[in-house]
Design a protein around this ligand. Sequence first.
Ligand SMILES: *Cc1c(COP(=O)(O)O)cnc(C)c1O
Length: 225
Amino acid sequence: MTDITDHLAEVRDRVRVALAKAGRSSDATKILAVSKGHPPASIEAAYRAGQTDFAESYVQEALTKIEALKALPLVWHFIGRPQANKTRAIAEHFQWVHTVAELKIAERLNAQRPHYAPPLNVLIQVNQAGERQKGGVAPGELRTLAHAVGQLGRLKLRGLMSIPPASSGTKYFDELRALKDALAEEGLSLDALSMGMSADFEEAIAAGATWVRLGTIIFGPRRSH
Ligand SMILES: *Cc1c(COP(=O)(O)O)cnc(C)c1O
């Protein structure tokens, strides 16, 4: 568990340096700790080291951990593919969803978000390179989807997310930022860009990421999911 504390300190330093190089303010990018495949004890260790935002990809696995850790003030983000039969659990137990790619799913989350909770923060996932194995809306369909999601009162559309092909440099990160800026010009008030993982987060920060999703670099290799 001391490893987790050390890894977090190193990653925070690297984020700080990348932000300074990019001329961005020191709190412009937040670390999202991707805890899928890691037990509650690891999440608690990261929390004790100052990490508050955690991301999970599998609903069933996440619910067990959220329940086990409910005494801690953690913020949970869903980054997996939201299936229609899991939207209620997501709407009830998460504060953020980074992977909305279909209006049908957004409408279910909107209808199922409990009234005692604030609106659910959502990002639209964009499949920038048209990769069949990945989720996300095609760039050409983004505009229509974003404006429709922006109308849903129990959701708060915050921005865009992408998992571009590995080792493609900053091209897709720059493009995602441009897509967000274009939507902002049409009146959608977007403030979030979720892009960059353990291998490429510094490039994503240079391009404007507000969330970098880091798993392995914080927690080590995943055991399971
Ligand atoms: C698992 C996962 C990550 C974390 O990947 P690492 O390589 O372990 O940092 C980030 N984003 C998404 C969408 C993931 O599914």
